[in-house]
Design a protein around this ligand. Structure first.
Ligand SMILES: *[C@@H]1O[C@H](CO)[C@@H](O)[C@H](O)[C@H]1NC(C)=O
Ligand SMILES: *[C@@H]1O[C@H](CO)[C@@H](O)[C@H](O)[C@H]1NC(C)=O
Ligand SMILES: *[C@@H]1O[C@H](CO)[C@@H](O)[C@H](O)[C@H]1NC(C)=O
Length: 237
């Protein structure tokens, strides 16, 4: 009974894999800089008449090749000015390709071509993320001096990060999301405002995240929400 169940599971499990390799669906892979990533062929054993090619980027550079028949088992890490130097590893059993110590230069499209009795191909889109910068929460005195009626009981704050790309900056009150702003490819600075009351006892945090990691900076209202230097002048005039 158990083995029948197992068999059923295995069949059901393997179906999506088969379909995806035939339909050449693009698989997205996200990885942190300096880590390794393995692009899986999902082949259990390479057949004698199979050729396996790994191709990178818009230039369609051949970076790895396996041909059992011709006894070729090679990585070509001198392509693209040595961008892949000492970074490619081929699994002799499966043909899966590992890129070690990855950098943003290795982000992009990798294509796997298997030419044998059957032809199939598969495309991987590899995204490489650098470490997240820490966000900084500061008092925003410029906006409270614009003398809104609430400015005396409210404290304006800004959470900001510099030189960030492909990330999102958000304010949380406890566990609920209050606001967020995101940036795509371009490396820029981001800032996101927040107004709290001086007496607010909730816990607020500013979170920066990308698809694989996040960093939280907690807001300390009593420490940050001191009267602005300009406030006194404003009161006197
Ligand atoms: C990873 O690559 C960087 C250059 O991009 C190099 O400085 C560093 O030594 C490499 N680390 C390892 C463990 O190979
Ligand atoms: C942000 O990027 C600029 C230009 O790339 C650089 O000059 C500056 O030092 C960076 N700032 C930080 C805090 O990393
Ligand atoms: C931050 O990352 C942790 C795991 O590292 C995850 O549990 C948590 O939900 C993430 N938080 C946000 C706000 O994305």
């Amino acid at each position: 009974m158990f083995s029948m169940f197992l068999l059923f599971c295995l069949c059901w499990w393997s179906l999506p894999g088969v379909f995806s390799s035939k339909t050449n669906k693009i698989q997205s892979v996200s990885v942190m800089e300096e880590e390794s990533v393995t692009l899986q062929t999902f082949v259990t054993k390479i057949h004698d008449d199979d050729d396996i090619l790994w191709i990178f980027g818009a230039e369609m550079s051949l970076i790895a090749k396996i041909s059992i028949e011709n006894q070729i088992f090679s990585t070509f890490d001198d392509v693209l000015d040595g961008r892949f130097k000492d970074r490619l590893e081929l699994d002799p059993q499966t043909g899966s390709l590992t890129i070690t110590n990855i950098t943003t230069q290795h982000a992009g499209v990798y294509k796997l071509e298997i030419n044998g009795v059957k032809r199939s191909s598969k495309t991987f889109n590899v995204f490489v993320y650098g470490p997240l910068p820490t966000s900084d929460i500061t008092r925003d005195c410029s906006s409270s001096s614009s003398s809104s009626s609430s400015s005396s009981s409210h404290c304006s704050l800004v959470c900001s990060v510099v030189n960030v790309s492909d990330a999102m900056l958000s304010w949380y009150k406890g566990n609920s999301l209050l606001s967020s702003i995101s940036v795509s490819d371009l490396s820029i600075s981001l800032s996101l405002p927040l107004e709290v009351e001086y007496q607010d006892k909730n816990s607020y945090s500013c979170v920066i995240n990308n698809p694989i990691s996040n960093q939280t900076t907690h807001l300390d209202i009593t420490q940050l929400c001191q009267p602005c230097p300009g406030m006194l002048v404003l009161v006197l005039t």
